[in-house]
Design a binder for this molecule. Structure first.
Ligand code: S3P
Length: 393
């Protein structure tokens, strides 16, 4: 069995669509979405679904449930209750849905019985695969037609899965057109390992000068800009045994670095393609030569934590000599030699990616790192800490 959990984005789309997949190695987010989707199948009046920490689960299910015309309430944990849901409620309301949010922005999401009008066109204002997928799933469950205009590409797992299941979906340039009148054919989906989880192991290889191969990693082109960033930073990446199953490409990956890492600039249209890897890139940048600049990434503030401010405060705790500058949409980081070998206390904000990024940082520095919450990694990568211990310590 691969050391990686299966892809969290793909698995949650399968869960909402009721498609079969191997559930033997899944994290809490996938589990919560599977449970919620199954509860919805056995629908009862006054149903409340708890999505825990999963923003993807909440946004995708909101679309699917709204399209079904049924009433339902969706709730989440403390972190999820602080994340913006107006980004999906607004287009759904423009389409004809009746949805109520707390303070017009947050969950609980109260979906009232709605009738979506047919032939809805929506231009994405935020480059978000979650918003795109929410609307595609609403079209499918309401059996209506949607045309989505996507000017900046985002991950396309929903489109691939719908194609695999023989939906009436096509792409024309930057337009995605789905006619939900045609039913999908439910198929078994072979899900590759999660690229965003593999990224921690690639970075761990680089920072600890190892060459472990990571097997069966999803390498969908809308997810892998991190590989290009690694190369720009001076690392090498080998992609082996490429294959495609259930329309999703996968490969074995080895990342390593023979020379010193270099700083990097990240901005523009490639940001959505590596949004989940940015905290990890910042950690690599702490050990690089030269400045790293990240811009056009305000979306980081709306993830499981405010990943701009929390990241920078943890970098300062890690090494107070690092020079950091915070922008509304990103940050600048100028690394400095580390003179302080004391214990570092990392504030995770309950954010799995914050915890995993700084665990990887500790491999290079040899510093002892303490986390206020280690459980949070269970949302995406169960067994992460023991795997790191086994492979790198
Ligand atoms: C996801 C899309 C991204 C990503 C999230 C999962 C998805 O969010 O950050 O972890 O499964 O569609 P946005 O599309 O909202 O940027």
């Amino acid at each position: 069995m691969s050391v990686l959990p299966i892809d969290k984005s793909i698995a949650q789309r399968c869960a909402v669509l009721g498609l079969d997949f191997d559930k033997s190695n899944i994290g809490e987010d996938i589990r919560n979405t599977v449970n919620a989707a199954e509860e919805f199948v056995g629908y009862k009046k006054d149903l409340t679904l708890n999505l825990g920490n999963s923003g993807t689960g909440m946004r995708l299910l909101t679309g699917y449930i709204t399209g079904s015309g049924k009433e339902c309430t969706l709730i989440g944990d403390e972190s999820l209750s602080k994340r913006p849901m107006d980004r999906i409620a607004e287009p759904l309301k423009d389409w004809g849905a009746d949805i109520e949010l707390r303070n017009q922005k947050f969950s609980p999401i109260k979906i009232k019985s709605s009738n979506l009008q047919s032939d809805f066109t929506y231009e994405l204002k935020i480059p978000s695969a979650q918003i795109k997928s929410c609307l595609l799933l609403a079209a499918l469950s309401s059996k209506t037609k949607i045309e989505i205009i996507e000017n900046i590409p985002t991950r396309d797992h929903t489109e691939r899965m719908l194609e695999e299941c023989e939906a009436d979906i096509k792409r024309e340039g930057n337009r995605i057109i789905l006619d939900g009148k045609k039913d999908i054919v439910k198929k078994y989906i072979d899900i590759p390992g999660d690229f965003s989880s593999a990224a921690y192991l690639m970075a761990a290889n680089i920072l600890s000068a190892q060459t472990n191969q990571i097997e069966n990693v999803g390498v969908n082109r809308t997810r892998v800009a991190f590989l290009e960033v690694l190369e720009e930073m001076g690392a090498m990446v080998m992609i082996k045994d490429h294959s495609v199953k259930s329309r999703e490409p996968r490969a074995n990956l080895v990342a390593f670095c023979k020379d010193e890492l270099k700083g990097v600039k990240i901005d523009g249209d490639r940001v959505p393609n590596l949004i989940d890897e940015i905290p990890l890139i910042a950690v690599l940048a702490m050990f690089a030569k030269g400045k790293t600049i990240v811009r056009d990434a305000k979306e980081l503030r709306y993830k499981e934590s405010d990943r701009i401010s929390l990241l920078l405060s943890n970098i300062k705790s890690f090494n107070p000599d690092m020079k950091v500058h915070e922008f509304d949409d990103g940050f600048e980081l100028e690394p400095a030699a580390d003179k302080n070998m004391g214990i570092v206390k990392i504030k995770t904000g309950g954010d799995h990616r914050m915890a995993m990024s700084f665990m990887v940082a500790s491999l290079r520095s040899g510093k002892k790192v303490e986390f206020d919450d280690m459980e949070c990694v269970e949302t995406s990568f169960p067994g992460f800490f023991s795997l790191i211990e086994k492979w790198y310590q």
